[in-house]
Design a protein around this ligand. Structure first.
Ligand SMILES: *[C@@H]1O[C@H](CO)[C@@H](O)[C@H](O)[C@H]1NC(C)=O
Ligand SMILES: *[C@@H]1O[C@H](CO)[C@@H](O)[C@H](O)[C@H]1NC(C)=O
Ligand SMILES: *[C@@H]1O[C@H](CO)[C@@H](O)[C@H](O)[C@H]1NC(C)=O
Ligand SMILES: *[C@@H]1O[C@H](CO)[C@@H](O)[C@H](O)[C@H]1NC(C)=O
Ligand SMILES: *[C@@H]1O[C@H](CO)[C@@H](O)[C@H](O)[C@H]1NC(C)=O
Ligand SMILES: *[C@@H]1O[C@H](CO)[C@@H](O)[C@H](O)[C@H]1NC(C)=O
Ligand SMILES: *[C@@H]1O[C@H](CO)[C@@H](O)[C@H](O)[C@H]1NC(C)=O
Ligand SMILES: *[C@@H]1O[C@H](CO)[C@@H](O)[C@H](O)[C@H]1NC(C)=O
Length: 476
């Protein structure tokens, strides 16, 4: 877990001390499950142990009912800590409630079912752990929540796995038909910390229409070759803080978007990311505004795209800052969106009928990247990208994979993949662009002939461009 191991350890230790003192003296051999589980902890919180409600943790028999019973009981009493002790707990969807801390102990794994019948009827509620309309909910304890994603692979392929689809009902189609791992929908005051989220079958952590959500010291690990294994999707939620996380997965790692309402105030700090898709992706669902997004102190490794914005709908994206970021981006199979661009901004309508929103005030500060492709900024005649500020941005262009490039990637939709020469900085339909201390260093071309074009600017679509300190240089 990198540099925050120590802090985490202390937190876990404190957590364990609090838990064990509150659990001490719990009566054994419950004849009436539920009542025996009662114990008021030192922090004044009730502790309900799933084991006392019949959870076995043998990884074979389903513990869904027992875990749910312990949550329901705890919630009926006004809330408390639901304790999952070491073991493997196979479950269908488990519903969290208000004022509940789900404490998955170190050594405990909540293992998501791979059978559709263990999930609710509506596909939108397919999660292993789901909190709906809840407040003051917490997921922590140092343990694991795992989705058995590899069991959803129909065909393993190095470029991209083919996944199972639960589309029998016709509610969802193809790739979108698998359960997510953990979801918070219409929630308030959510705290997710000190937990490992592993092998999601589809999106991993989903925060929807919620307010005041804190995610920290969370490790997410998804299969690198499985599509839609997103890390954290933040949908139409306000005041989300994500920090000290480690995300290594196949699809987009951190992905704010809007489908249900606007999204305000998202801060992401000190995260390590590797993905076969986009590390930080704003969009592409952008039906409402996204404002005040701040990404700082990120390390992005060997990802297919670094900092991406995909505006495809009617919302506006305004005031986004990326600061103090180090990355490397490279090519993977073109069936994955992305062409190794460290920075990528596109506005284009999802369908010919879409009225497109706008992108304004985007800041890139103190960024250093080694990338196989250049920066790509593409607006539209009816939606110029406006107010793009680059300050202290160093791009080393280097080829180390065998892909020959030569494409522009407008996906999803729009012009799709377009054959086009590679460049250090591509711009079309942009207005008010500032480049202050921007350095492009061209390093190894790996035999690529089409190499070294510093700018590719579509004439007459670039307005008000300021190159205050821009350097283009060849290095050996
Ligand atoms: C949760 O706890 C708070 C504070 O103790 C209380 O006001 C609220 O009613 C509780 N909510 C539920 C649904 O029990
Ligand atoms: C379900 O998805 C699979 C794979 O994407 C597809 O071949 C099949 O036609 C779909 N079935 C239904 C009922 O949509
Ligand atoms: C987020 O804030 C906006 C603006 O105040 C509000 O319209 C929206 O309902 C809020 N969303 C949530 C999930 O609280
Ligand atoms: C966004 O954050 C600012 C500053 O903390 C706060 O004043 C504002 O109410 C927040 N917006 C929403 C929609 O919660
Ligand atoms: C832009 O967003 C940041 C948070 O990321 C906030 O502190 C700042 O006030 C916002 N600026 C404007 C003009 O709203
Ligand atoms: C970019 O390179 C210059 C010159 O080597 C260096 O002074 C600066 O600190 C670098 N900036 C970043 C963000 O790495
Ligand atoms: C960018 O780096 C400079 C020099 O290290 C530092 O003074 C400045 O605070 C950084 N900017 C941001 C927004 O962190
Ligand atoms: C590039 O191709 C060569 C020759 O086929 C192969 O040896 C090498 O491993 C490939 N490199 C990468 C990064 O795929």
């Amino acid at each position: 877990m990198g540099s925050f191991d120590g802090v985490w350890f202390v937190r876990v230790l404190v957590g364990i001390l609090v838990m064990s003192s509150s659990l001490a003296g719990t009566p054994l051999a419950p004849s009436r499950p539920g009542l025996q589980a009662l114990k008021v902890g030192e922090r004044g919180r009730l502790v309900c142990r799933a084991s006392e409600f019949g959870a076995r943790g043998d990884g074979k028999e389903y513990d869904t009912r027992a875990i749910q019973a312990s949550i329901d009981y705890c919630a009926e009493q006004g809330g408390g800590v639901v304790h999952i002790s070491p073991g493997v707990y196979l479950t269908g969807t488990v519903f969290l409630k208000s004022n509940i801390t789900l404490w998955v102990d170190e050594g405990a794994t909540i293992l998501g079912s791979t059978r559709q019948e263990d999930f609710p009827a509506q596909w939108t509620r397919w999660y292993t752990i789901l909190a709906e309309d809840a407040e003051n909910v917490e997921l922590t304890g140092g343990g694991i929540v795992a989705g058995q994603g590899l069991k959803f692979v129909e065909e393993f392929k190095a470029e991209k796995n083919v996944m199972v689809s639960w589309n029998e009902t016709g509610d969802c189609v193809g790739d979108e038909c698998r359960p997510r791992l953990v979801g918070f929908v219409n929630c308030k005051n959510v705290h997710i910390w000190n937990v490992f989220l592993e092998e999601p079958a589809y999106w991993c952590l989903h925060i929807v229409n919620s307010d005041t959500v804190s995610v920290h010291d969370v490790s997410i690990h998804g299969d690198f070759n499985s599509p839609n294994t997103d890390g954290i999707d933040i949908v139409s939620s306000n005041n989300t803080v994500i920090k000290d996380c480690h995300i290594d997965t196949g699809d987009d790692a951190i992905c704010p978007k809007t489908m249900l309402g606007p999204l305000y105030n998202l801060t992401v700090t000190n995260c390590w990311i590797r993905t076969k898709s986009c590390a930080v992706k704003v969009g592409s669902q952008t039906n409402y505004n996204l404002e005040n997004l701040h990404f700082e102190q990120l390390t992005i490794v060997d990802s297919h795209r670094g900092l991406g914005i995909q505006l495809r709908d009617r919302g506006n994206i305004n005031n986004v800052t990326y600061a103090n970021i180090q990355m490397s981006t490279c090519y993977y199979h073109p069936s994955w969106w992305g062409l190794a661009e460290p920075i990528y901004v596109t506005a284009c309508p999802r369908t010919p009928d879409t009225v497109i929103g706008s992108i304004n005030n985007i800041h890139y500060i103190n960024i250093t990247t080694t990338s196989e492709n250049g920066i790509f900024l593409s607006g539209l005649e009816e939606s110029f990208l406006k107010g793009l500020h680059f300050s202290n941005v160093n791009v080393t262009l280097e080829r180390w994979t065998n892909f020959t490039g030569g494409y522009h990637d407008y996906r999803p939709g729009c012009q799709g993949l377009v054959v086009h020469r590679m460049s250090g900085l591509f711009m079309e339909y942009v207005d008010d662009v500032w480049m202050h201390k921007v350095i492009l260093r061209w390093k190894g071309s790996n035999g690529m002939s089409d190499w070294g074009l510093p700018f590719d600017i579509t004439p007459s679509t670039v307005h008000d461009m300021h190159l205050l300190d821009y350097e283009n240089t060849y290095v050996s």
